[in-house]
Design a protein around this ligand. Structure first.
Ligand code: BGP
Length: 480
């Protein structure tokens, strides 16, 4: 049988997000973003959303790993690994410090010109997320974030400024990072960082989330339409968190429960890829009596702003069983799913994230079958505690095992199942601040950064064993 290989232009890369690694939170005219007022958390300790920036609180995203001043050194390391692309985001509040200004902040635009030029100098393609949880704090405080339809216009204006400025440097774009993770309304940091919204006493959290989500879907569709006018060669994607939900058994009740639960993963990409609201959500609005405001013309906007590809993050799978509440006894986080149980067939990371490489092949098949457009794995990684030896080496063998098994799974989906996959950018190519816990301790990188949870350390960079391993994977286009 012919030896199948990965497409020669497959985009092997790495993924990051401005707020988790740039630092320089108030440099170059940047305004505070919704993330800049979130204190550090820890494993099992939620991050707090504060009213402003108190001096006595520690805000891990303020300096992060100081890419803002070290971008040349870090990009040289990415080049040494042989990355074909680097996924990161443009900090919205670097470009519009308050979000509602008439003119953008030139120093912010210049910073990303410098970063993209440095990447392109090394032949590394920028893959850019417009909003990765970095809405200007002023839009959240003054307008209620995406509660307000005005914020749709502010986002579209931000998107158009970026598309115009970087139209000859960036081809691959995504509108909103993990636009669907706010479906888990039990964790307030998702709705806050996605949409700049905090649910008030007496409000129905899901109703508030769906209204903000509708405005975001409009903003995404309008941005896509404008982007294609500015440069028809742009490839503009949606970006969702995709955590497959398995039925615990062949009991039809479990199977249907998993099918229903998957709707919280599929709703947003359904609208962004197909261009219309699925019936199961309209039925939910009716059944629950949600009063979601649609304006005339919204349907037309959604239909005209469908995406070119679907980017998604994959970390783990979850499992549901009818008739039980969260068992939560297992070491596997349930992502806020009711009826979730541990899967007896798979192990979990130290942070309770299930390790399920076959789930990635399964996810690729389910998403490709559903949408029949190119896919892009823009996050996949293994958060773990790393130990640095006396000689500065870091033997992160668990991370290599995790990534190797997930790469084998995606290769099977491409070579055996025929999935059209654009690329693979493992999450946190360099150690960064964890989003859900605000920790440095939960490391993802193939490059170690000397910084701890309290912000101590030299910020020196060290190459982990996975740095050399991934370099070989890329050189061999995945064949080794
Ligand atoms: C996803 C986010 C990333 C990243 C990742 C890992 O939700 O898109 O920003 O943080 O999760 O999560 P964590 O950093 O909490 O381990």
């Amino acid at each position: 049988m012919k030896k199948m290989t990965m497409p020669k232009d497959f985009l092997w890369g790495g993924a990051l997000a401005a707020h988790q690694f740039e630092g320089g939170w108030d440099k170059g005219g940047k305004g505070p973003s919704v993330v800049d007022v979130m204190t550090a958390g820890a494993h099992g300790v939620p991050r707090k959303i504060t009213d402003s920036v108190e001096e006595n609180e520690f805000y891990p995203n303020h300096e992060a790993i100081d890419f803002y001043h070290r971008y040349k050194e870090d990009i040289a390391l990415f080049n040494e690994m042989g990355l074909k692309c680097l996924r990161t985001s443009i900090g919205w509040s670097r470009i519009f410090p308050k979000g509602d200004e008439a003119e953008p902040n030139e120093a912010g635009l210049k910073f990303y010109d410098d970063v993209f030029d440095e990447l392109l100098r090394h032949g590394i393609e920028p893959v850019i997320t417009l909003s990765h949880f970095e809405m200007p704090l002023h839009l959240a405080r003054e307008y209620g974030g995406f509660r307000s339809r005005q914020v749709v216009d502010f986002f579209v204006k931000f998107a158009v400024v970026c598309f115009e400025r970087y139209k000859n440097k960036v081809t691959y774009w995504m509108t909103f990072n993990e636009i669907n993770n706010k479906m888990d309304v039990n964790n307030p940091i998702f709705l806050w960082t996605n949409s700049g919204v905090i649910v008030k006493a007496g409000e129905n959290a899901k109703e508030v989330m769906y209204q903000a989500g509708h405005h975001e879907l409009l903003a995404s569709a309008l941005a896509v339409a404008k982007g294609k006018e500015i440069n028809p060669d742009f490839q503009i994607g949606a970006m969702v968190s995709h955590v497959p939900i398995y039925p615990y058994s062949s009991n039809p009740e479990d199977v249907m429960l998993a099918e229903e639960a998957m709707r919280q993963r599929y709703f947003f990409p359904d609208v962004q890829v197909r261009g219309y609201y699925p019936s199961y959500v309209l039925k939910e609005f009716e059944r629950e009596g949600y009063n979601i405001t649609f304006a005339d013309g919204d349907e037309d906007i959604l239909r005209k702003g469908t995406v070119d590809y679907l980017g998604f993050s994959y970390y783990m799978s979850t499992t549901v069983k009818s008739g039980v509440e969260n068992d939560n006894t297992g070491d596997i986080v349930n992502g806020g799913l009711p009826n979730s149980v541990s899967n007896p067939y798979i192990k979990a990371s130290d942070w309770g994230w299930a390790i399920d490489p076959t789930g990635l092949r399964y996810a690729l098949n389910r998403l490709y079958d559903r949408y029949q457009i190119p896919l892009f794995i823009v996050e996949n990684g293994f958060g773990a505690v790393d130990t640095i030896e006396e000689d500065g080496s870091i033997h992160d063998l668990q991370r290599i095992d995790y990534l190797r098994s997930h790469i084998k799974a995606l290769q099977k989906a491409v070579k055996y199942d025929g999935v059209d996959l654009i690329g693979y950018t493992p999450w946190g190519i360099i150690d960064i601040v964890s989003f859900t816990t605000g920790e440095m301790k939960k490391r993802y990188g193939m490059i170690y950064v000397d910084r701890d949870n309290e912000g101590n350390g030299s910020l020196q960079r060290y190459k982990k064993d996975s740095f050399y391993w991934y370099k070989k994977v890329i050189e061999a286009n995945g064949e080794e």
